[in-house]
Design a protein around this ligand. Sequence first.
Ligand SMILES: O=C(CO)COP(=O)(O)O
Length: 252
Amino acid sequence: MRIPFVAGNWKMNLSVADAVKFLQEIEGKLPDPKVTETCIAASPLFLESMVEENGDSPLIISAENCFYEDEGAYTGETSPKALDEMSVTHVIIGHSERRKYFNETDDIINKKVHAAFRNHLTPIICCDETMSRRESADRISWVVSQVTNALKSITPTQAEEIIVAYEPSWAIGSGKTASSDEAEEGCYLIRQTIADLYGDDIADQVRVLYGGSVNDENADDILSQTDIDGVLAGGASLKPDSFLKLANFLQK
Ligand SMILES: O=C(CO)COP(=O)(O)O
């Protein structure tokens, strides 16, 4: 049985003080992690204060990105080793905004997935789909190749642990959510790709999330799909109330 996973990605929003206040406001209001795991991914500048404030809360604190080397002369990068030292447990890798604005390639993303595992971090691997790809004939092969390339040389034992997010960039921050059928189609395709690479047993264990303009009005439909095990929300995760609504959806 896959435990649903509801994650927020704050991107480059809020402040350290906002982050701490957010955690204080959601304290004691999150679901039992045996029912739904909850996670917030935040700027590396916030993580130390967040881990400290979070205490024993079931909220998972994640980074939004990390570099593929553990340490060295890489000015401005975030060390996965330092994230582990700070008790951060998860990291988003390959978000479409990283692919678009920072030229992250499948090869870089694969190196980052390895770096995450080397440093005991669970990777939340994002798989993009642009509108032009969506409308073109190579749509399926593009989704398949992103997943396949991200997982190059990843062992079956590691693959069981990954979380993958289907995040069509045409639906991100646009208010245009994919329909629940479209979201299911993307998540199904990702699960089938994992099944082709590692077999059905592992594919059945991997959590696949949908992200792109998710909010408390469309979450119900999205979360009821067979291959969707949770959501990765941007805008709707910035306010404690709307994040709590998403987090507690499956407890109702
Ligand atoms: O990019 C996203 C999450 O990683 C989605 O952002 P929005 O929910 O703001 O569309």
